[in-house]
Design a protein around this ligand. Structure first.
Ligand code: BG6
Ligand code: MG
Length: 219
């Protein structure tokens, strides 16, 4: 039986993944190279500093900067990213998310948010939905970023649910890999070719129900 659902934030609850992309693209342009949407798939789900390292590798600048310079670049990117985040409102919660979370709560299924983002609390506040989650694990609490399973393992522990009773909802390849390593089933949201390790893949949560979840992932 499904005992808990663990949700990623960016790209699952809200479309902030496009804002991460735009902010990284702006940094890439300042550094003198183009950052294409298909290259962005590698950055999804991974921590801010690891994302920067991947971006520099994509731009052929892997060993060009020291840690202090990288820290400054990551802060600049975050400043640009927050300009987008500050415009978020409750209308930006993705379609289907709130009805599905309410259905889970009505059926006493644990609900966790597990994100690498250090901006998680701010984003949930802007969307007005922190209370819809029983537990929130973010990039400030977890030392290891996805694809390491730490975020999801911590969330399951906090909910007091075994990994085998958890289903992870993820839009990132690294996030699905984290679910697999945690010993959890997963629902990929997005492209089945990229999320091929997920237990099942759907387009989005619009119209998604517990009945559909049980049919896709019988536990
Ligand atoms: C993940 C995103 O949720 O959080 C990544 O998918 C992002 O793209 C990571 O790099 C860290 O986010 P933040 O908000 O701490 O820079
Ligand atoms: Mg995501």
């Amino acid at each position: 039986m499904i005992k808990a659902c663990l949700f990623d934030l960016d790209g699952v609850i809200v479309n902030t993944s496009q804002y991460h992309y735009l902010a990284w693209k702006r940094l890439a342009e300042e550094l003198g190279f183009d950052f294409k949407p298909q290259d962005n798939e590698r950055l999804k789900g991974v921590s801010r500093i690891k994302s920067l390292e991947l971006l520099l590798e994509i731009g052929g600048m892997k060993n060009k900067f020291d840690n202090e310079q990288k820290q400054a670049m990551a802060e600049t990117k975050n400043k640009w990213y927050l300009e987008y985040v500050n415009s978020l409102t409750p209308d930006d919660v993705l379609p289907g998310v709130i009805p599905f979370l309410r259905e889970l709560r009505n059926n006493r299924i644990g609900i966790a948010l597990g994100s690498a983002s250090k901006n998680t609390a701010l984003i949930l506040d802007r969307l007005g939905i922190p209370k819809l989650f029983d537990c929130i694990i973010d990039g400030n609490q977890a030392a290891k970023a996805k694809p390491d399973p730490e975020i999801f393992i911590l969330a399951a522990e906090k909910l007091n649910v075994p990994a085998a009773g958890c289903v992870v909802f993820e839009d990132a390849e690294a996030g699905i890999e984290a679910a697999v390593r945690a010993g959890m089933k997963s629902i990929g949201i997005g492209n089945p070719a990229i999320l091929h390790k997920a237990s099942a893949v759907i387009n989005n949560l619009e119209g998604f129900t517990l009945k559909k979840l049980n049919a896709l992932v019988p536990l």
